[in-house]
Design a protein around this ligand. Structure first.
Ligand SMILES: [Zn+2]
Length: 115
């Protein structure tokens, strides 16, 4: 039965067990439900263009050239952006960041890739 249970999301322990629908990790005492885990993907998690989960402070690469208002060059594909901050931005802009040569702006997570 243990081989059908997912590893602990908190510490990756494989020794998880189920008690009354609740999954429990014996190594870090984390408890969670399968339902909560399967729904987690859309629950406030921001992913990059290839599905990596993004977090505050990550460094990302812009994967396609973007036009930027007020900038003659815009952002070129391959531009590295350090220390991003996840926000509830306008539309689907969900990354707050500072781009070298351009300044503070917001990006969509769908046009970046975690480094
Ligand atoms: Zn654990």
């Amino acid at each position: 039965m243990t081989d059908t249970l997912p590893p602990c999301p908190a510490c990756s322990s494989e020794y998880t067990y189920e008690v009354g629908g609740l999954l429990t990790c014996p190594e870090c005492a984390h408890e969670w439900t399968l339902e909560a885990e399967s729904g987690a993907a859309d629950d406030g998690v921001i992913r990059d263009a290839v599905g990596n989960v993004l977090a505050d402070g990550d460094t990302v690469t812009v994967i396609k050239s973007l036009k930027v208002k007020g900038s003659p060059t815009g952002i070129k594909a391959g531009t590295k952006v350090r220390n991003i901050r996840l926000v509830q931005g306008v539309g689907d802009h969900d990354i707050d960041c500072k781009v070298d040569g351009i300044g503070a702006m917001q990006l969509k997570s769908s046009v970046v890739k975690k480094v």
